[in-house]
Each structure stands twice: as C-alpha cells, then as structure tokens.
Write a protein that binds this ligand. Sequence first.
Ligand code: DSN
Length: 466
Amino acid sequence: AKTASAAYQSALEVIVAVEPNVAGAIRAELADQRSSLKLIASENYASPAVLLTMGNWLSDKYAEGTIGHRFYAACQNIDTVEQLAADHAKALFGAPHAYVQPHSGIDANLVAFWAILAQRVESPALAEAGAKHVNDLSEDDWQTLRKALGDQRALGMSLDAGGHLTHGFRPNISGKMFHQSSYGTNPETGLLDYDDVAAKAREFRPLVLIAGYSAYPRRIDFAKMREIADEVGATLMVDMAHFAGLVAGKVFTGDFDPVPHAHVTTTTTHKSLRGPRGGLVLCQPEYADAVDRGCPMVLGGPLGNVMAAKAVALAEARQPMFATYAQNVAANAVTLAEGLMRRGARLVTGGTDNHLALIDVSTFGLTGRQAESALLDSGIVTNRNAIPRDPNGAWYTSGVRIGMPALTSRGFGAAEFDQVAELIVDVLSSTTPAAAPSGGSSKAKYVLADGVAAKTHAAANELLEA
Ligand code: DSN
C-alpha cells in the first residue's frame, strides 16, 4: 500500500506541473470516494496494480487486428498483454474463447451482435453465393444480404424489469439493428417467468435471445434460457456485466453460470469483476472467428494499457481471495436487503440473491430522484432506477438501486451493512416531497429534516474510517 501511495503521489506531481486542475480533480475524486458510502451497483474500487497498469507506454501503440495478425508493425508487447488477458479470461470463466479488446460494455455487446449476425446470417449468405468475403458479392447479392442483416429479431428483458439499453432498445444502436421485443417479470412476485419467456420466444422467433440485466436483483437460470433458445433456434447471448464477479468467484455455478450455457457471453470488466473500465466477449468455438473481427468491424484500435490492466485484474480474480470477496458481496447483499426490509422498506422481488437490491421508495412517499438526492446529501451514493411498471418513468423513477461490490472491497461486512441499512431508512423516512417553483417538477424537490444529512455523513465517515 505504501509503494502504491508513493506511485500515485509521484504521478500527481508530474500532472500538477502540466495541468494542476486535472490533478485537483483526481485528488477531489479520491476525497469524495473516501468520504461517502459508494453503493452504486455498477461501481467498485480497482486495485492499485490495476490502476497503475493503465498509465504507461502501452497506451501509445496502435495495434488494430488480432494477436499475431496486426495491421501495424512492432506489436509484440501488445500481443503479449492481449494474450495474457485472453488466457486469464478463458481460465477464470472456463470459456473456449475470449476477446478482450472491447472498450466498454456497449462495445462488447456490439461485437457480440455483429458476430452473431456474421455467423448466422452473413456466412450462410456468402456460402450460398459462392463467395468468401462480402467484397466478392455482386451488388445485388450485397443489397439482399444487407436487407437480411437488418431484418433480424432480438428478444431481451424489458428495461423496467431491469434489462439494459444495449439489449435492443431504441435509444441504443442495438434497437436500430434489430426488431426488438422484450420479456418482463411476474407482476406478483417480480421474478423472471421462464414460461412467459418461452411463450414470447415461440411467438417472436428471435435470432438472438438476450439474458442479463443491470437492475434485476435475482440470479437467472441460464440452462433454462438455453433450452428456450434451442427450441426456437435462437443464439443465446448473456450480458453478465453486472454479475461477472459472482461468476468469477463461483457464487453463480451450474445452471446459474452463463458461460457454459450461452453461445456468446459479454461483460464489462469494471463492475463486480473489479478491473479496469472496459469489456470483453467470451464465446463458443463456432463464434470465435466472427468475434475476433470486432476490430475493425465496430471497434477502434485496442487500448494496450487497458488490456494489460484487464490481464492484471483477471489474474487477481483467479486468486482464492477473490472467491471470498465474491461470496462476501452476495452475503452482504442479503444482510443489507434484510436490514432494509426489517426497517420497513419494500424491495422489488422481496430480496436479492446477487450483488444488488432495488428499493421501491414510493412507500416513503418519494420518487427515485428525491430519494437519490436526499441520500447523496447524506453521503450515501446510489442511483435512481425504474422499478417494474414504474408510474414515474425512467427519469424520475420510483426506485433506488443499491449495490454491494464497492463497499465490500472496502472491507464492509455484516455489521457495517446492517448499519448502512439503518442510515438509508433513516434518511428516506426523514425526507418529504416539496412543492416545485412554477414550471419545475415537484418530482425532483424534497426536504430533508434538519440535521439528518450531517448526522448521516458523520456516521458514514465513522464506518469508512473504522
Ligand atoms: N451504467 C451501467 C449501470 O450502472 O448498470 C450499465 O451500463
């Protein structure tokens, strides 16, 4: 820790000499993160080794292409780090193939979608036309193929059930690539209803069945999802960005481990997996060639420094300590969820069995926006999130999402998370909606009872310093 701290200090001194405002923002970010309870479900604290691996000369190199087949000279060191990251990913997740170039989760999903389209639609069309490459097609055949590529269907979890924008929704490019339909959750239980997914799949006949979420607090049975995909001839794509750490740490095994069941699995590397900001794709052998065409299909040149940091993070995740961490994340989620419910909060699905929980804050008379702001005033960083059939829509929402990966990295256990539950309920029950000035929305205005923010901040700092 001493060596890492000296390395950060030296780096900051170098930055101060050029643009002190940037050094100031870095220092301020550290101070903010140290003095608040970070409960955003998609965030974490990467290790010093991961952070320090990102600032070096690997960043300066262009390396479009794949390992050993680059469009630039002198890529031997990028080859080394990309191979290390891919090997660690394959070993960690038991995947036949790994592609570690995606710069983010969106990019990983784009690589996956285009690989599936290439494998399922483009390759058969090329074979039928007797061509090896799209450039060999006649103009007529190319127009027919373009139409076929644009005429495919994707079925994923609805946004208000916890699905993700990149799973075929209109504001994202995936919604413009595919005709999209979605499955939701059971209105009574809030749980994924596999019979309903199967019925929708039979009716919609998707090319791609997508599983994965960013705000669903339960695990998914991927063996069942694969059965459904097989029945309708769909490719099963799982986006495990949120719970990759639980897969890596063997909390999700058997039917709940997506990697052996999905044809293609995507993830970010910076959430529960605790690596650098980025993405990767795992796949079955028949999709490997198409996945490796991610750059230049949809990606710019790979970031050598970030692939190196992925290798370091994945090496960390292969250590027994990471399995303990992942188990703690899941146990802490249960503690927090039970602590909240015991104190009167309502959770979507009535609990959790992953790394996150979703509080329905309407029972406190609040919108998600009001709750998020009052919590932030009190040193508790969360994000508002729609709940199923949310009357307040995606901007104001009726929910607050909370996640355990970051504070578990800070060493929080059951006792600390129970206190966090108390602080959250205390803030929410001390907050009331307020009238908006004319023209403004009352869904954003609130009053937090005097003294609660300061008292909660102090209690948060005590927990963080313990
Ligand atoms: N933005 C991420 C999250 O917070 O879940 C997903 O992309």
